[in-house]
Design a protein around this ligand. Structure first.
Ligand code: ARG
Length: 406
C-alpha cells in the first residue's frame, strides 16, 4: 500500500489535491497534516470538517511554541523583508518539518503540498522535504491547475470546499502575520477596502493613545507591562492590543523569489511593535560600530528567512554574531500606540552605552574630558577633504590661467 502525507488546510487547493493524489497519482492513502502555527480556531474546524467529509485521516500538529521561538529569533535580527515581518515565510519550514515527522512516523512514501508554481511556498516546503528520501509531489504545479479548474473539479466531484471569504482573496494567517492577496488586490493601483483587514482596526478611528512597556532579555521579548509571558501568549496579547490602534499594516509590492513582483497586504501588529521596541533598545545598548555591522547581518538573516532557509549554515553563523550582541539587549522600552503607529518613547537598560554627563547641555564635560578637548578633534575633522578640495581648486586655477595664454 502506498501513502502520501499532504499539507492540508481545508482550502480549495489542498482539498482538490486529496482526490488528485489518489486518482492521478495512484496513491492508496492520503494522510492529511494540518500544522498549528497560531491560525484562528475556525481554520482547524474547517480543515476537520473537510477532512471528515472526504474520509481523510487528519493529523493536527501543534507547532505554535516552536514557531513563536523562531519569530523571536527574527526580532533579535530586526528581520523584515522589504518591510514585511516574514510571518508566512518563517512558518513554512516549521510546517514542513512537522509534516515530514508525521510522514516518517506513518511510514509514508511521499510528501505533497498544494502550492502553485508561482509562489515562494513551494520552494520553502521543498527545501526542507528534499533533504529526506521521500518523493515530493506538487499536484497544482505539476498539473498546471488554475483556480477556475479547481472550482469546477471540486463541484464535479462533490468535494466539500470551505469558501471562507467566498474565495475572493487568498489568506494566510499565523501568529506573526496575516497575509491577504489575490482578487482585485492583484491590481497594484486598486485601493483596498477596509474589509480585507481583520487584525487591525481602521487607524482613522484610533483616537486614543496607549503606552505599553516591553521588557527584553538577551534580545528576547519576555514581558508586557511588567507581566512575564510565554512567547505565544505575549504575541497574542500584543496583536490584540496594538491591533485596536490600527498598528501594523503593510501594503507593498513584493519581489518574490522567482522574480515576480506581487502586490501583498499584511497585518502584523505585534511584530511591528516588538521590532520597533527591540530596535530602540539596540540603539541604547549597542555601539555605533556594532549597529552598523549588525544591519548587514540582519539583512542577510531576513533574506534567508524569506527564502525559508532557516537551517542554512549561514544562519548559524549569523546567529552566532547576533547572539554575541544580544547579551546586552536587556532592558525595557515604552512604546506609544498613536494614530496607527507604534513609536518607542522611552527606553532603559543597565547596559546603556550612555552617559548623561557626557551628552547633556547642562554639564561641561565627563571625568577629565572637557569641552576644550574637542578643539583638537575639530581641527582635524575634514582634514583630507580640505586637502583634496584645495588640490582640485589649484589644478583648476592652473588650467584656467594656462588657457588665458592661448
Ligand atoms: N508572499 C508572502 C510570502 O511569500 C505571503 C504569501 C501568503 N499566502 C497567501 N495565500 N496569502 O511570504
Amino acid at each position: 500500500m502506498t501513502s502520501v502525507a499532504l499539507a492540508f488546510s481545508g482550502g480549495l487547493d489542498t482539498t482538490v489535491c486529496v482526490s488528485l493524489l489518489q486518482e492521478e497519482y495512484g496513491y492508496d492513502e492520503v494522510v492529511g497534516v494540518t500544522v498549528d502555527v497560531g491560525q484562528p480556531e475556525s481554520e482547524f474546524d474547517e480543515a476537520q470538517e473537510t477532512a471528515d467529509a472526504h474520509g481523510l485521516d487528519l493529523h493536527v500538529v501543534d507547532a505554535k511554541e516552536e514557531f513563536a521561538d523562531l519569530c523571536f529569533e527574527s526580532v533579535r535580527a530586526n528581520a523584515t523583508y522589504q518591510g514585511y515581518p516574514l510571518g508566512t515565510a518563517l512558518a513554512r519550514p516549521v510546517i514542513a518539518n512537522a509534516i515530514l515527522e508525521v510522514a516518517e512516523n506513518e511510514g509514508c512514501d511521499a510528501l505533497a503540498h498544494g502550492c502553485t508554481g508561482k509562489g515562494n511556498d513551494q520552494l520553502r516546503f521543498e527545501a526542507v522535504w528534499r533533504a529526506s528520501d521521500l518523493d515530493v509531489i506538487a499536484p497544482v504545479r505539476e498539473l498546471e491547475l488554475t483556480r477556475e479548474w479547481e472550482m469546477e473539479y471540486a463541484e464535479e466531484k462533490g468535494l466539500p470546499v470551505q469558501s471562507g471569504n467566498d474565495g475572493v482573496w487568498s489568506i494566510d494567517t499565523n501568529l506573526w502575520s496575516r497575509s491577504v492577496e489575490g482578487g482585485e488586490l492583484e491590481d497594484p493601483a486598486h485601493v483596498p477596502s477596509e474589509d480585507i483587514y481583520e487584525w487591525t482596526d481602521d487607524p482613522a478611528n484610533a483616537t486614543e493613545t496607549e503606552l505599553v512597556e516591553i521588557t527584553f532579555e538577551d534580545g528576547y521579548p519576555v514581558a508586557l507591562d511588567g507581566e512575564d509571558l510565554e512567547p505565544v501568549e505575549l504575541v497574542r496579547q500584543l496583536n490584540e492590543q496594538a491591533g485596536t490602534h490600527g498598528v501594523g499594516r503593510t501594503d507593498m509590492m513584493e519581489d518574490r523569489m522567482l522574480g515576480l513582483k506581487v502586490r501583498e497586504n499584511y497585518e502584523h501588529p505585534a511584530a511591528t511593535t516588538l521590532l520597533t521596541a527591540h530596535e530602540a533598545l539596540e540603539q541604547l545598548v549597542l555601539t555605533k560600530d556594532e549597529r552598523d555591522f549588525k544591519r548587514s547581518v540582519d539583512n542577510e538573516w531576513a533574506q534567508k528567512g524569506y527564502e525559508g532557509l532557516v537551517d542554512h549554515p549561514l544562519m548559524g553563523a549569523l546567529e552566532g554574531f547576533i547572539a554575541e550582541t544580544q547579551t546586552r539587549v536587556t532592558g525595557t522600552v515604552t512604546v506609544k500606540f498613536e494614530g496607527g503607529q507604534a513609536r518607542a518613547v522611552g527606553r532603559e537598560s543597565e547596559y546603556a552605552v550612555y552617559s548623561e554627563d557626557a551628552a547633556s547641555f547642562n554639564t561641561s564635560g565627563v571625568g577629565d574630558i572637557t569641552q576644550k578637548d574637542a578643539t583638537g578633534v575639530a581641527k582635524y575633522h575634514g582634514f583630507q577633504s580640505r586637502l583634496a578640495n584645495a588640490a582640485t581648486d589649484a589644478t583648476d586655477e592652473r588650467a584656467d590661467s594656462e588657457g588665458d595664454w592661448e
